[in-house]
Design a protein around this ligand. Sequence first.
Ligand code: GCU
Length: 671
Amino acid sequence: VADDGYRLWLKYDLVQDNGLRKDYQKAAGFIAGSGNSPILQTAATELQQGLQGLLGKNVPVVTGAEKKKGGILFSVDATANVSGQPLGKDGYHIAAQNGNLVITGKTDAGVLYGVFALLRQLQTRQSIKNLELTSTPRIQYRLLNHWDNPNGTVERGYAGSSIWKWYELPERLDPRYQDYARANASIGINGVVINNVNASARYLTPEYIEKVAALAGVMRPYGIRVYMSVLWAAPKVIGGLSTSDPLDPKVKQWWTDRTNEIYKAIPDFGGFLVKANSEGEPGPQDYGRDHADGANMLADALGQHDGLVMWRAFVYKANSNGDRFKEAYAEFKPLDGRFKPKTLVQVKNGPIDFQSREPFHPLFGAMPRTPLVLEVQLTQEYLGFATHMVYLAPMFKETLDGDTYANGKGSTVAKVVDGSVDNHSISGIAGVANIGSDRNWTGHPMGQANWYAFGRLAWDHTLSSQAIAEEWTRMSLTNDAPAVRTIADVMVKSRDIYVRYTTPLGLHHIMGQSIHYGPEPWLASSARPDWTSVYYHKADAAGLGFDRTAKGSNALSLYKPEAQQLWNDPKTCPPDYLLWFHHVGWNQELSTGRTLWNELCTRYYTGVDSVTWMQQQWAAVKPQIDPELHADVTGRLQTQHKEALWWRDACVLYFQTHAKQPIPAPFAPPT
Ligand code: GCU
């Protein structure tokens, strides 16, 4: 059977190595659950299903296995501890005990995550002799954000239409919903915001609440809660009120009533995500109130229900003539301390908008009294849609590992987000989904790795990009060790390669207008100055780059002094970030030994060459990969190469009109 990518990393193909399979079989004589809650039932079914494929045998689920040996036991123990340390909530411990393999969780979900961890050992062909695994998620709320609309389109989605079939719900439940839930649970994702942040008010109508409740019913046995994005103006749009002012009693009552209605239908509803006063969306500022007034009103509406408000910090005022980099900080930093409990502020990884490389957002470390949700984008809006192969884990890690110095050295973004820097009891991370109705879910088959990597890093941000790439490759493509190495190597380098042929040296926001695809560095006028390219690259006869030092916009001052140190001197600023912070002369010599112009050309040209290298590496693993999938990726790589040339030529020729220098050897085209 050709692999059409539908099964993602849950393929469970038979273990071919007889010795290894026998070892596994010996350990998996039976499965004994410790109760029959829906989540534990899921755990048993998932384990049975996985083992059926991997071992080619039906492993029975038994009861009363106390005296039996040679099986896999579930144990839910709220007081469980490992080596004297209490096991974290939703964590798992897997170890041999009295001749059985015991998966212990403090919660039912912990057992479910343990089951997937055990299956992963088998899927990646690890030995299970003396197996002992312990893991607890570092971040509590691990969410996908769908930018899906009621009409079935997906904003910035490149994998077909929405997987939610609103017109069929609640009566028909597409089997795909369950497959989606399985995939998420297997990587620890425990929440999904089902609709676009540019939200329709419809989701708050009784008709849609019923539909969302049906989806919640599918997710629940997988430990996943559903959340909604809400339109701030809903009280006016569907509530018949004349205002949406958060301090108006009628507005408060309206939200309280809506919230109660939602919880009646969905008792474990997760909460609200809000994009307000951003890119034309309505918000509390329309009534002279601020973001905290809005968020707190919703928190009050949630009242005693166990729900969160996630309020997005992606804001920038219309017609800004300053530096967009600084705007979210200017609006949100003063609100630190004003947000009620269970209200989180959701911040994109960088200050502009999901560019292929951004310095970490200056709000991280600047709002110690507010739990911040890190928002990253899995859908490749600015990273080549579903055409370019770009493995995003290295990009996520770059943000997570960024040191804010908020509380001294080592106050990384990861530790701000997981709550450890400021001792927050709640923590969250969100990935804007790259999932659609395409048979293989993500359009580009390798895009699945970004969904996977997001879940794995949300669970444990200390995992390496390399380890996650190898794990995913083994589970999804092949267990052939040399091929795994080759593919993981291409994956890990792919993001840097993309940056080189599109936006090297810290260039940003020079892509095609509105569509956000392909190069358009010459774009000089648009509805807003910060929707052009020249606003960001500032190329002129002297040089290139946005001066964000004290001589320029001074955005650098938003960071702690030790963090500024990394970037504030053009001589020592890492070249990858140079043009984010400095306007550099064309003939200025960089730390690489080349002038800016020569380095720029070098990166564009070698970036394209590296795509050729990716093609060669991919060709070399052909025998190990399913033919259909291999051909699919081969075709996409061809397009990627063509478009890398397009980016290179467009950008080099455009910047040359400012630099007025020849393209250096050995890249110069023959005359
Ligand atoms: C980007 C994207 C929009 C989206 C926005 C957001 O600007 O292009 O489509 O709505 O981000 O995150 O709110």
